[in-house]
Design a binder for this molecule. Sequence first.
Ligand SMILES: Cc1cc2nc3c(=O)[nH]c(=O)nc-3n(C[C@H](O)[C@H](O)[C@H](O)COP(=O)(O)OP(=O)(O)OC[C@H]3O[C@@H](n4cnc5c(N)ncnc54)[C@H](O)[C@@H]3O)c2cc1C
Length: 418
Amino acid sequence: MPVVRKADVAVLGAGIVGVSAALHLQARGRDVVVIDRLGRAATETSFGNTGIVQAEAMFPYMFPRKFGEIARAALNRDPRAHMRYGSMLAISPWVWRYFLASAPPARSASGAALRALVTRSIAEHEAFAAPAGSGALLRKGGWIKAYRTERGRQTILADYEEMKPHGVTAETLDRAQLAALEPHLSQVVAGGVHFTAPSTTPDHGALVESYASLFVARGGRLVAGDARSLEASGAGWALTTGEGRLEAREAVIALGAWSSDVLAPLGYRFPLGVKRGYHMHYGAAGNAILNRPVLDAEFGYVLAPMTRGVRLTTGAEFARRDDPPSSAHLDRLEPLARQFFPLAERRDAQPWLGRRPCLPDMLPMIGPAPRHKGLWFDFGHQHLGLTLGPVSGRLLVQMMTGEAPLVDPAPYRAERFG
Ligand SMILES: Cc1cc2nc3c(=O)[nH]c(=O)nc-3n(C[C@H](O)[C@H](O)[C@H](O)COP(=O)(O)OP(=O)(O)OC[C@H]3O[C@@H](n4cnc5c(N)ncnc54)[C@H](O)[C@@H]3O)c2cc1C
């Protein structure tokens, strides 16, 4: 007889988003199984990001609106983004929707919905990290957006002015003040803005693993399985796992950039795009130290102090999700980063590739599936999955259990895409 296991809820995906939803469900007495390809947490995008809980992110990253900026990006003259020309035709419908959703009124609406979640992000992480024993992986000290030129200064200050009415506090730094905080940044760096509230982590993968270990220690199960085997079964859902067939009354899709692999066979065709991004670790020459993540604003990459060394993370590569990795974007940015901070040797054999799951309005999809009872969505966390994962889990689970939601869930609902 084949083994059949039962659970209240099957959570598909063990990135920050799935693990967070699982912890919130468990806290409400649900028997939860988390399924991921290898039966381990944080093996994809949640493994290698920049590690900032971006409590200052009052507006999402939108598509440029000025013709000159668009042209520069399209011609690969703006190192903040990288276009893979061979992929452009395939991804152009999504890029067009992203462009439309970036019009000023739509951007304002996305910003308001984003802020409702972002402002709770640090407290939600601390509520997991304390019992998980990983408080040391959440650092105080904030992060810095640094500029090289007067134009860069004006852009960063204008962004900060836009954030201020929403309660964001930061310190503006001239060259000397910046050097007092980050003495090894080079002379090309002219100043910056220090966002003091955000937390940062030196190892996002380890942080998510610690949350997953807490889930398991509290009686949850994390098993290997292919989420694409999900099927409606009786009054609930079933799928094939490494431990046999699993049947659950409810299922949560938290598969990040892979969510459409499960949704398309069920008839859902959401405009889920991907902004890819890379990282590489470096040693620091002459024992130079970087104390916190620093954005080189004119060029759109971040250097962040991590357990493995100084991590360079890139902005968005526009390509198909499954295109082979390319080192082109990183190779372009590395010489700029070497001007910025005394990087030494590369420490990874290959750049790591992550896939930011992005809906055109840059808001996640959190809530019930429109046409399937017991099926729930929690994906599309774009550039901010580390920031939003735990609070999204809380909102989702409040909807699943009939509690009063912490914010109006309407902006995140699936029906916004028809
Ligand atoms: C370079 C870079 C820097 C970033 N920096 C930050 C930052 O500083 N702050 C921030 O808030 N966010 C940041 N992000 C964004 C953040 O990393 C993502 O939004 C987040 O990791 C998405 O989490 P997720 O759980 O939705 O997806 P993932 O972490 O990708 O998890 C999805 C899971 O689904 C599993 N899966 C897929 N298909 C199947 C299948 N068929 N069967 C079973 N399992 C499957 C995968 O194995 C994976 O574990 C960054 C992203 C990148 C790329």
